[in-house]
Design a protein around this ligand. Structure first.
Ligand code: FES
Length: 120
């Protein structure tokens, strides 16, 4: 259940800088966050694989809404952060995203707090 905790969003990049089927690493309040685009949807999760701590943003974004870790191939659900196959078995924290108009430019914004933090 969502609480009344104010999350706040941070602008991270123009939507045009994140091509469909790609991911990039951005800084959100001092945390490395992987933002990934699938069609018109943008997702965000902590940019650290839960297996061996390599950047997930260097993985492969799949059209089914997952990102594959480049090192050992675990695939993480971009919505939930859950891996669907070993060797990773711990989920990765996720963040809410939104796309806003900033001075006429469609801009990706990411919540300062993880989805898991806003639920606690
Ligand atoms: S480092 Fe990501 S699956 Fe091993």
């Amino acid at each position: 259940m969502m609480t009344a905790k104010t999350t706040g969003f941070v602008p991270v990049c123009p939507l045009s800088a994140l091509a469909d089927g790609t991911a990039k690493s951005v800084d959100v309040a001092g945390e490395d966050v992987c933002v990934a685009r699938v069609g018109d949807e943008v997702f965000a999760l902590r940019d650290v694989c839960s297996h061996a701590e390599v950047p997930l943003s260097e993985g492969v974004v799949e059209s089914d809404g997952t990102i594959s870790c480049w090192l050992h191939g675990s695939r993480f659900d971009l919505r939930t952060g859950e891996p669907d196959e070993p060797p990773a078995w711990e989920p990765v924290d996720t963040y809410q995203t939104r796309i806003t108009d900033v001075d006429g430019v469609a801009t990706v914004e990411v919540s300062r707090h993880t989805t898991q933090e806003t639920r606690s």
